[in-house]
Design a binder for this molecule. Structure first.
Ligand code: HEM
Length: 170
């Protein structure tokens, strides 16, 4: 009985693993083999943290400088996020072994949610950057920090667990 079950398990084949191009996971969007997505994501991640940091410092000090720093960080986080999203989307659509894996699409969905939140946060501040910080600006930037951490962690999983977008080495 136990032997039969083991044989049955061995017979199970993942249909995705049979697909042509399943093993083609090397990055195609890069400079001399260095993936552009991995290089560009650092900017929106860092700027999202800076946005929250500036909001906290404005709340603590009441200095106008920090409200201005916050709107600049919010805007650049969004714009660099769009650029990083474009490189990631190109990789997703162009590389067959990335395109076929469900976790790559999960990352896309989380990232698009993040980009919408970053855009909303920036747009809200454009109507008056000082008044926007308390309470909604800081609540949004705090939430964005959580979402960017989930997005970055999940992107890292694609690279370190599934080895997507990496080179096969020599
Ligand atoms: C919007 C569409 C996006 C798509 C389709 C996408 C897709 C991907 C893919 C396929 C990878 C695997 C590595 C590669 O092939 O380059 C990856 C990695 C990663 N992604 Fe994204 N991504 C998107 C947006 C974002 C955004 C907005 C962030 C963060 C702000 C982000 C953070 C990361 C991180 C941190 C990695 C790991 C990089 C590394 O450790 O080398 N992604 N993404």
């Amino acid at each position: 009985m136990a032997e039969e079950m083991i044989n049955e398990k061995e017979d199970l084949v993942d249909p995705i693993a049979e697909a042509p191009g399943y093993d083609q996971t090397e990055s195609l969007v890069g400079i001399w083999g260095h993936p552009l997505h991995a290089m560009s994501v650092a900017f929106p991640v860092a700027l999202t943290f800076c946005n929250f940091g500036a909001d906290v410092l404005y709340w603590w000090s009441g200095e106008l400088f920090w409200a201005r720093a916050a709107i600049w960080a919010a805007g650049t986080a969004f714009l660099f996020g769009l650029a990083a999203g474009a490189t990631g989307t190109a990789e997703l659509l162009l590389v067959p072994g990335i395109r076929i894996r469900a976790p790559a699409w999960t990352h896309f969905v989380i990232a698009v949610l993040l980009l919408s939140l970053l855009g909303l946060n920036w747009g809200y501040r454009l109507q008056g950057y000082e008044a926007a910080v308390l309470p909604y600006g800081i609540l949004m930037s705090g939430f964005n920090v959580l979402v960017v951490m989930v997005t970055g962690w999940h992107g890292g999983k694609l690279v370190f667990d599934y080895r997507l977008g990496t080179s096969k080495g020599s």
